[in-house]
Design a protein. Sequence first.
Length: 120
Amino acid sequence: MSGEIVRHGMASRYSEAAVFNGVVYLAGMVPERGDTDIRGQTEDVLAQVALRLAEAGSDKSRILRAQIYLSDIADIAAMNAVWDAWVVPGAAPPRATVQAALADPGWKIEIVVTAAQATG
């Protein structure tokens, strides 16, 4: 039905994802474990992004935009190494990366993506 909003992973405060008119909006994905380095946390978060996109009928090749928040911008090279290995060649989305104070001091990264649902 056109105009219907479908929410996935509902909690009292937020949804993990919302889908509207074929576009998937993910909440900020953060590491499940805060005791790893930036590489481990980035791998963890990207795995969560892939899982949430799949649940909403999309995948990493259909990401329209990514926003990456790092607690320390000095981690950008290590984060980029993991990102570059994960992103689909020829389908790298527009992206912004900024330093930010994250809600948990153990988190080194948070990623928000918007993606198109798969067609057909």
